[in-house]
Design a protein around this ligand. Sequence first.
Ligand code: NAP
Length: 310
Amino acid sequence: MYDIVIVGAGTAGMSAAIYGVRSGKKVLLLEEKNYGGQIVNTPEVENYPGIIKTSGFEFATNLFNQAKSLGAEIKYEKALKIEDNGTLKTIVTNKNTYEAKTVIIATGAKNRQLRLENEKKLIGSGVSYCATCDGMFFRGRDVAVVGGGNTALEDAMFLSNYCNKVYIIHRRDKLRGEEKIAKAISEKDNIEMVWNSNVVKLIGDDKVEGITVKNSVDGSEKDIQVSGLFIAVGQEPDNYDFEEVVELDDKGYVVAGEDCKTESRGIFTAGDCRTKNVRQLTTAASDGAVAAIGACEYIDSELDTKNTKK
Ligand code: NAP
């Protein structure tokens, strides 16, 4: 029996684990793949208060080591189902079944796809969602990045150090990403902006040989020869496995306010998987703390009071 089972070992989940174990609770972190979540793929983090500059990988590794050294357990299993039996929650994974007094859903979000024909088939053959993981394979080549947010801009900056030319395909004429990085992009000779455009086709049967982009203003189409397409069009949540115990909004985010409490008592949610306006590293860490403290208060006040009364 665990006090707190946390689903997802990203920034929110690992922050929750730190706060949980430091409150004397028995904490289990469940992670399907690797710890760290989305930040692992970010080359530079410069906006986390108190840390001037670090890499996403280093940030995540430190967080992981901190949670583990304090006593959090981690198991690499996919949570498939949560059952809410009142004061007892059951978490079914692909390998085991666990019981806990509380659960924190911190599943983050996964990369959104463009849903182009052959997009899935060409992953690893020119299509990528991670510039820092795959960029080196495109040394000296021409590549394209889709998106206008911070991820797309950082990816383009990273790729411009290795690739011959980097096109940024953005569907509007204004970037969503931060001004500082937009300025750095404008100063790079080998980055070309393709404004008001959407990728409508991948060219190449077995590997990416180019893309067709469509201009949304005049409707014209043109082919651009590239060997790689880096898709950075944001994230989407994946919480449908838990919709029997928590409410999801129309986009699939777990509905909860800033107190991170869901409609089910004893089930909390933290980080990018929650309904919120700002999804940042700082807000993920903050949610982790809020959810864990909420879980501890629930255990100490509501559950322990019930047990004492018995
Ligand atoms: P994002 O900010 O949501 O940006 C997604 C971009 O993709 C937007 O420009 C959007 O266009 C575009 N887009 C969305 N769907 C599309 C589609 N179907 N076709 C074409 N384009 C599409 O996502 P993100 O860049 O991954 O960033 C997520 C969060 O993490 C943000 O809050 C960001 O600031 C943060 N982040 C921070 C850092 C850092 O601090 N170092 C690094 C990376 C990310 P529109 O602009 O037209 O909506």
